[in-house]
Ligand binder design. Structure first.
Ligand code: DC
Length: 217
């Protein structure tokens, strides 16, 4: 079973994807990490994030063993990722890795921006996770505070809005819900309630259609 989970920054899609994957014993891929790692590798080469040749080269030579890197967390890495993610040839270079991950025996859970629309248009289950930008900023700000990072709520909100704008208005694979995705708005849901809502979507979709009664007589 392939489960596609898309949504804007800080919507809770990553947490949800991991929980669903653990519940169903499926492998999970946070595809945002791929774009974050490409941006990291561009900067490590001393190139500008706007340098598309450097970004495309970094994308083709990306080593998936380097995705577990603390430097990929945090808003600066996310902003950098959204710059290289606008480049069509970067997206193309990362396509096969994501599709191969999805095609593992038994399936997989992938979360990102274009999983249900571009990477796995035939996914069995598509969920679009969203929440208001204010609520997403509130949650992100709490995370920063818990790590003792000095950043204001207003700065977090501005960052989220800028990222939404860049991810939603790019020419290739913009952030959008697939036509056949089920939207879960987590603005008023905590993580447990969002998980319960997602499990409902999955069990409703996974259920075989009711048999049609044979005509009598
Ligand atoms: O999900 P995230 O915050 O880690 O993603 C970082 C950036 O990467 C995001 O702003 C846009 C880009 N991205 C993308 O374009 N497509 C994906 N499937 C995942 C992330």
């Amino acid at each position: 079973m392939i489960i596609a989970i898309d949504g804007p920054a800080a919507s809770g899609k990553g947490t949800l994807a991991k929980r669903i994957a653990a519940h169903l014993s499926l492998p999970v891929l946070d595809t945002g990490l791929l774009y974050r790692a490409v941006a990291r590798d561009v900067v490590a080469k001393g190139a500008s994030l706007q340098d598309s040749a450097a970004a495309v080269a970094a994308a083709w030579s990306l080593d998936s063993a380097t995705l577990d890197d603390a430097r990929l967390r945090g808003p600066a890495a996310g902003d950098a990722a959204s710059i290289v993610a606008k480049m069509p040839r970067v997206r193309l270079a990362l396509l096969d890795y994501q599709r191969d991950f999805a095609k593992q025996p038994g399936g997989a859970v992938l979360d990102g921006r274009d999983i249900g629309t571009v990477i796995c248009p035939d996914a069995d289950i598509k969920i679009f996770v969203t929440a208001t930008s204010e609520e997403r900023a509130r949650r992100r700000h709490l995370e920063h505070q818990s790590r003792g990072e000095p950043i204001t709520y207003d700065a977090v909100l501005a960052d989220i809005r800028q990222r939404d704008e860049r991810d939603s208005n790019r020419d290739v694979a913009p952030l959008e819900a697939a036509e056949d995705a089920i939207t879960i708005d987590t603005t008023t849901l905590n993580a447990d309630a969002a998980f319960a809502a997602a499990l409902q979507v999955i069990s409703a979709k996974a259920k075989p259609p009711a048999p049609v009664a044979a005509p009598k007589g």
